[in-house]
Design a protein around this ligand. Structure first.
Ligand code: ADP
Length: 452
C-alpha cells in the first residue's frame, strides 16, 4: 500500500479522497493555488504545498509544480480526482518516469478512451453496443452528406476530443449539416486544440444511463450497477440517481456483464464509467470516463462499497473487494449537484457564504468542502456541494430528499437549491418519467419553481 498520497485537486473531491486516505491510514498531501489557501482540503491534510497562482493552468494543471510537491513531501502516489489532470495520459506517464504511482488506469487506456473515435471502435470490438454513426472521423475527402444520409437525419456532429458537451452540434436536416460540421469543428479546435469531428445518429428522447466498473488491471473486473443521469442542462448532469427508474434487474445484469467482460478483456485498472444512451430498450455506447466521477456517491450508497478506497487499493496492486455475485443493489439513491449559480439564468455566483446549514439525518450525505465564511473563488467550477440521499425505495428517497432540500441553508451566494426543490415535487420526476432533454424543456417553459 502507498505511504503518502498527494491529492492533485481541490474542493469536495480533494476532501473525498482525503477521507479515503485517512480511513486507510495513508498520509496526505494537499496542494493548492494561492486562491485556495484557506480551503478545507488544505486544513484537513497532513501537509500542504502551494503550487501556484489562481488560474488552473498555473496551479492545478502545473505538472512541474506537482512533481516538486511530491519530491518535497516524499509522496509516493498521486490521486488526480476528477477534471484537471485525471484523464491526462501524459501526466500518468510522467509520474511513472519519476517513480510515482498514478491512481488511475494505465496510460494506454486513458489515451484510448480519451479519443472518442478510438473509444467507439474499441467498444464495438469488445462487444459493447454503440450509437450508429460514421465509423471514424470525417476527413476533408469524405462525403459527409452521404454518410449523414446513410445514418439518417437528425445527426449529431461530435468532437473526437470532446468533453463537457463542447464541440457538439445537431443537424436536424440536410440543410443544417455544413454549418453544424464547421461550428462543431471550430469549437473543438478552440477548446481542445483538435478540430476532428465524427457523426452520430441523434437520438431524440433517450435516457443517459452509465455503468460503474472496477478493474484490478490483471483481467479481473466487476460492475456496480448503473446511474441514470438523464437530467441535464447543456449536456451537463444536474441530478443523478441509481438504480435507473426504468431498468429491471435482468437488463441491468445484461449490460453490466457486457461492460465487465469488456473490462476483463482490456485488463482495465481502477474505476471507470461506461456511458450509454438508452432508448426503446436498447443501449448505445457514447463514451467511457477513465476516472472517478462526480456522481460516484450514488453507487456507493446503493452498494455500500467505497469506490475511492477500492480505487486506491487496486492502484496499489490489491484485489477487487468482492466477486460480482456479492454485489447487491440496496435501495435507491439520488444526488443533486448544488451549484453557486442563479437558479434561473445559471450565471455563476461566487462570493462569501454567510450562513451554511447542511441537512442531516438518516440516509443523508453531503460531499462538500465549503463552510460558513468560506469565499467561493471565481476561478473554478461553481459546485457548492453534492447532496446525496438514500432510501429503501425510490419513494422513500424522494420523500427524504424533499425534507433534506428544505432543511439545507446556503446564504450569501445564489444557489441552484430552489431548482431542486421544484424538481423533487414535479410529477414527471416523481414518476421517473424523463429523458435527456426533459430539463431543458422544463426550464424553457418557465416551470422551475424558484420562490424559496
Ligand atoms: P461529453 O464528453 O462532451 O460529455 P458525451 O458523448 O458524453 O459528451 O455526451 C454528453 C451528452 O450529450 C449525453 O449525455 C447526451 O445528453 C448528449 N448526447 C451525446 N450523444 C448523443 C446522441 N447520439 N444523441 C443524442 N444526444 C446525445
Amino acid at each position: 500500500m502507498f505511504d503518502k498520497i498527494l491529492i492533485a485537486n481541490r474542493g469536495e473531491i480533494a476532501l473525498r479522497v482525503l477521507r479515503a486516505c485517512k480511513e486507510l491510514g495513508i498520509a496526505t498531501v494537499a496542494v493548492h493555488s494561492t486562491a485556495d489557501a484557506n480551503a478545507m482540503h488544505v486544513r484537513l491534510a497532513d501537509e500542504s504545498v502551494c503550487i501556484g497562482p489562481p488560474p488552473a493552468k498555473d496551479s492545478y494543471l502545473n505538472v512541474p509544480a506537482l512533481l516538486a510537491a511530491c519530491e518535497i513531501t516524499g509522496a509516493d502516489a498521486v490521486h488526480p480526482g476528477y477534471g484537471f489532470l485525471s484523464e491526462n495520459a501524459r501526466f500518468a506517464e510522467i509520474l511513472a518516469d519519476h517513480n510515482l504511482h498514478f491512481i488511475g488506469p494505465k496510460a494506454e487506456h486513458i489515451r484510448l478512451m480519451g479519443d472518442k473515435i478510438e473509444a467507439k471502435k474499441t467498444a464495438k470490438r469488445l462487444g459493447i453496443p454503440v450509437v450508429p454513426g460514421s465509423d471514424g472521423g470525417i476527413g476533408p475527402g469524405d462525403d459527409a452528406m452521404a454518410i449523414a444520409k446513410k445514418i439518417g437525419f437528425p445527426v449529431l456532429v461530435k468532437a473526437a476530443a470532446g468533453g463537457g458537451g463542447r464541440g457538439m452540434k445537431v443537424a436536424q436536416t440536410e440543410a443544417d449539416l455544413q454549418l453544424a460540421l464547421s461550428t462543431a469543428s471550430n469549437e473543438a479546435k478552440a477548446a481542445f486544440g483538435d478540430g476532428s469531428v465524427y457523426l452520430e445518429k441523434y437520438l431524440t428522447k433517450p435516457r443517459h444511463i452509465e455503468i460503474q466498473i472496477l478493474g484490478d488491471g490483471r483481467g479481473g473486473a466487476i460492475h456496480l450497477g448503473e446511474r441514470d443521469c438523464s437530467l441535464q442542462r447543456r449536456h451537463q448532469k444536474v441530478w443523478e440517481e441509481g438504480p435507473s427508474p426504468i431498468l429491471n434487474a435482468a437488463a441491468r445484469a445484461k449490460i453490466g456483464e457486457t461492460c465487465a467482460k469488456a473490462m476483463r478483456e482490456m485488463q482495465y485498472l481502477g474505476v471507470g464509467t461506461i456511458e450509454f444512451l438508452y432508448e426503446d430498450g436498447e443501449f448505445y455506447f457514447i463514451e467511457m470516463n477513465t476516472r472517478i466521477q462526480v456522481e460516484h456517491p450514488v453507487t456507493e450508497m446503493i452498494t455500500g462499497i467505497d469506490l475511492v478506497i477500492e480505487q486506491i487499493r487496486v492502484a496499489a496492486g490489491g484485489d477487487l473487494p468482492c466477486a460480482q455475485e456479492d454485489i447487491v443493489i440496496n435501495g435507491h439513491a439520488i444526488e443533486c449537484r448544488v451549484n453557486a449559480e442563479n437558479p434561473v439564468s445559471f450565471r455563476p455566483s461566487p462570493g462569501k457564504i454567510l450562513q451554511y446549514h447542511p441537512p442531516g439525518g438518516l440516509g443523508v450525505r453531503i460531499d462538500s468542502a465549503v463552510y460558513q465564511g468560506y469565499v467561493i473563488p471565481p476561478y473554478y467550477d461553481s459546485l457548492v456541494g453534492k447532496l446525496i440521499v438514500h432510501g429503501k425505495t425510490r419513494g422513500e428517497c424522494l420523500m427524504r430528499l424533499r425534507r433534506a432540500l428544505d432543511e439545507m441553508v446556503v446564504d450569501g451566494v445564489e444557489t441552484t437549491l430552489p431548482l431542486f426543490r421544484g424538481l423533487v415535487r414535479e410529477p414527471s420526476i416523481i414518476d421517473g418519467d424523463y429523458h435527456i432533454h426533459w430539463l431543458e424543456h422544463y426550464l424553457a417553459a418557465g416551470d422551475a419553481k424558484t420562490s424559496s
